[in-house]
Design a protein around this ligand. Structure first.
Ligand code: GLN
Length: 544
């Protein structure tokens, strides 16, 4: 029978519930159990697609085309388990379902209320679309005590009642701060947070305590005593050098044993941790270093480009190299020698996905710099669109080429193509609603043999994830090619540009999709592997 593990957080946000959930999922998967991981987000948006990434972090896109919380990215990276639309539930989704049912007359005769109608819907979402999983891990967004999360916690309380202890487990993550003036760890915030949960009818079964450094057995005893727990179910989560160390740390602290003992699982399957051990040992012995400049608008928060950060890190390890990332605000890059000089010290330039006119000319300037200086360049989604605009603008008569995303233009080299093909069906673009109406999810591309991109993938048919509204306008294919661009990847119907490269540059690639969404520590993405290798080569040549 499927067992449900609920992970809540208390005291403060950003304690790393997503990493904890991913790590536990990885440990269970490596113990050869079938696992799914879900995120319950209490905010009112249907999905994070319309939110500002500098506020909420990256929007992670699934193969089946859902725009989801960035924690789903961690889940995939740690476990390799491919997330689905049904793995991210928000208050917005729950309420729209309840209201749809109300209009249809499904609740005829009753007053529609949070309990039971909303809580029932949350329970349905949690149990929906499963396929004989041994464990379903559900992370609850936010911090216990938030108004928005109340219906979710109430639904979980009911689920414990419906399914019993043998099928449900509550894990609560808190903070045990060290107060240097008193030279003491403080357990009070944890006690208060557990009290808050108890007030909602939930007694945690396992407590995970985030801490800067190991705290004493006495503090652990105190927490156990005050929070109604056995000594062994209070588990320390010490800060780590990398998030990828957490599975090993949690296992060492006995988390998996506690989970098994809660569910009375006796015949434990062997847990093979070699994957993680090898990765960490490689991470601790990096021999080389390269510097990459990421030119973007949301440069204040690396959370906005989480998957990209991680993909570069994974491919760095694959290449035995530490990748140092500098975020450059494109709004500072005007087209003159002095402002672009800052880019000279980098071994590679990356222009990632982005939206809107603001800062786009600076990005184009950095692309021109990469092109002329033969610095390795990777343009992702918006980055590719801008690389095409940069190139075409050099052709006489096309100096004013632009994207319709920036307003009306006579030369719309990038524009909305209004339709695309998926599974042999023509999908029309929704021009009225902004939420969920981009080209989203995995699409097929056909790569041209003999090109750089083909040498990277070593196959002609690839599937990568998309998230964009605009496309390269195929009416301009001729002039694009004339400007020195090879269209090395296209959609199966030949209409949409998926990959471009330059014939006058050693490593210059633009992709319409987001390869970073599929990179994992154990399967780093071939595009990033090749990009980092190009940076290493460029760095050696530069320093000769
Ligand atoms: N703004 C561009 C579009 O909508 C690119 C989006 C992106 O980079 N993800 O097409």
């Amino acid at each position: 029978m499927t067992k449900f593990i609920f992970i809540t957080g208390g005291v403060v946000s950003s304690l790393g519930k997503g990493i904890i959930s991913s790590s536990l999922a990885s440990l269970l998967k490596l113990s050869k159990y079938k696992v799914r991981i879900r995120k319950l987000d209490p905010y009112l948006n249907i999905d994070p697609g319309t939110m500002n990434p500098s506020q909420h972090g990256e929007v992670f896109v699934t193969n089946d085309g859902a725009e989801t919380d960035m924690d789903l990215g961690h889940y995939e990276r740690f476990t390799g388990i491919i997330s689905k639309k049904s793995d991210n539930i928000t208050t917005g989704k729950v309420y729209s379902e309840v209201l749809r049912k109300e209009r249809k007359g499904d609740y005829l005769g009753s007053t529609v209320q949070v309990i039971p109608h909303v809580t029932n819907e949350i329970k349905n979402f949690i149990k929906r679309d499963l396929n004989k999983e041994d464990f379903v891990i559900c992370e609850i967004g936010g911090t216990v005590g938030d108004i928005e999360s109340l219906p979710f916690l109430e639904a979980l309380r009911q689920l414990r009642n419906d399914l019993g202890k043998s099928q449900t487990l509550f894990i609560h993550l808190t903070l045990v701060p060290f107060i240097s003036s008193a030279n003491e760890f403080k357990t009070k915030p944890t006690q208060h947070s557990v009290k808050e949960l108890l007030g909602l009818g939930i007694q945690p079964d396992i407590l995970l305590c985030r801490t800067e450094k190991q705290f004493s057995r006495d503090s652990k005893k105190k927490i156990a005593l005050f929070c109604n727990l056995s000594f062994d179910s209070v588990i320390m989560v010490e800060n780590a050098k990398t998030i990828y160390e957490i599975p090993l740390k949690l296992n060492k602290e006995g988390l998996v044993n506690q989970v098994f003992s809660h569910f009375s699982i006796k015949n434990k399957r062997t847990l093979d941790l070699n994957l993680w051990k090898n990765f960490i040992s490689k991470f601790s012995n990096l021999k080389k270093e390269v510097n990459v400049a990421i030119v973007g608008k949301y440069t204040n928060l690396s959370e906005s480009y989480k998957s990209l950060n991680e993909a570069l890190f994974h491919s760095g390890i694959y290449n035995n190299t530490k990748v140092k990332i500098s975020w450059i605000d494109s709004r500072t890059l005007v087209d003159d020698y002095k402002s672009l000089k800052i880019l000279e010290k980098y071994d590679g330039i990356l222009v990632p996905g982005g939206f809107g006119k603001d800062g786009s000319e600076g990005k184009i300037n950095s692309i021109k710099f990469a092109k002329n200086s033969k610095t390795p360049f990777l343009g992702i989604c918006f980055g590719m669109q801008l690389a095409i605009i940069e190139s075409v603008r050099n052709i006489k008569g096309f100096e004013k080429s632009s994207s319709t995303e920036f307003g009306i233009t006579k030369l719309p080299v990038i524009s909305m193509m209004h339709e695309w093909v998926k599974n042999k069906k023509i999908l029309k673009q929704d021009l009225e609603n902004l939420g969920g109406s981009m080209r989203l999810g995995a699409y097929e591309s056909i790569l041209k043999k003999g090109t750089l991109i083909y040498s990277i993938y070593k196959k002609t048919k690839i599937f990568e994830r998309h998230r964009h509204r605009y496309e390269v306008n195929y009416n301009y294919q001729k002039v694009i090619k004339k400007s020195g661009i090879i269209l090395s990847g296209i959609s199966p119907n030949g209409k949409l540009v998926e990959v471009m490269e330059r014939n006058d540059h050693p490593w210059f690639i633009g992709v319409q999709f987001h390869p970073e969404l599929k990179s994992t520590p154990f399967k780093p993405h071939p595009i990033f592997n090749s990009f980092i290798a190009a940076l290493i080569k460029f760095n050696i040549e530069k320093n000769k």
